[in-house]
Design a protein around this ligand. Sequence first.
Ligand code: SF4
Length: 428
Amino acid sequence: MNFNDSERIRGILRTMGYEPAKTWEEADLILLNTCTIREKPDQKVLSHVGEYKKIKEKKPDALIAVAGCLVQRAGWELVQKAPAIDIMFSSFNIHQFPELLNQAQAGYKAIAILENPPEDEDKIWEYPLERDNPYCAYVTVIKGCDKNCTYCVVPRTRGRERSRSLESILEEIKRLVEDGVREIHLLGQNVTAWGKDFKKQMHFSELLWKVAEIEGVERIRFTTGHPVDLDDEIIQAMAEIPQVCNALHLPIQSGSNRILNLMDRGYTKEEYLEKVFKLKEKIKGIALSTDIIVGFPSETEKDFEDTLDVIKQVEFEQIFSFKFSPRPGTPAASIENQIPDEIKTRRITELLEIQKTIMAKIAGRYKGTVQEILIEELRGKDTLVGRTTTNRWAEMKGGRELTGKIVRALVKEASPFNLTCEVLEVVR
Ligand code: SF4
């Protein structure tokens, strides 16, 4: 979501006549779009602003802007800690950025922190995006989250769920396809809840069908689905719509029912596994990935074993694992019995070791198969890079004329993160 917001911010800057600078020193504006999901990014932002302040001392007209989730969470506290900041706004009011920039250029502090998303936030869809990838595009379809998991700051930083209208989404996708985009990645904190907040409710599966009807949409992905909202209709749509990719990111966070309950995730290990096995049965060869938090307060060795058990049963193609990081103001931050860092480190290392073996095993299954790959980039003279429908990076030899094409390729070598292939034919 932050990445997509950054693309929108870059689009706004382009329309205002800004060009990317080659060095920090020559920049007229330095903008940081921030994340606050863990503690580390918070600290990084302050240290970056400290560096930029030194540049500003030599070039007083240069402006420093901070956007994103940290602004929404920390608000005025942030500008008190880092008074060199000239402009501040969050994901609630990116559409106000042009106004704030004008204000700062006129020599005023331009700090706009809102309690709630404003009524005119949909204006943001009128601004262009600047993307680096000409063939694959993110499209935000829902903002915010209503789930309130006890460790998460997102409901505070991005507000309650607000689905984007079907018309607005389809309009953007049609424009993207006209520009040559072939893969659409639908985005949201909880994308599978799309449409539930409309007066006349809609279901996420209807959105998938509507997107697939647009001529020129070759591939559809979506992130992030919540296990509670992933129902039979969505699984059926995924199985039936040819353009929906054979991959799904479905965060489990923990395999222990006691911890899942403390996290308020709304499902049990068994319910999660039931959905996973249904997905595997209906969509042959689906590649699953997940998020896992290690060392949630009070997590015992037994709880951790339950998580390892899920990993072994599901065999995820990729796991994004994190040590629990207490976020200010969240219920989990004040649960007694926080887990010492050395235990979290030991557990995450063990988890990654097991995952390494699983990934090597999965990689072995790719070798010798034929995959459909969307070529996204030419690197160097003749190395093409693209992704399989299962979201695996693949490299092969070929020329520029193949970029943007979907090819069928034979997998010659497979490592846990990469495939080396040989192009057999161009599909379309
Ligand atoms: S569903 Fe995701 S975004 Fe929403 S509160 Fe839970 S972890 Fe945060």
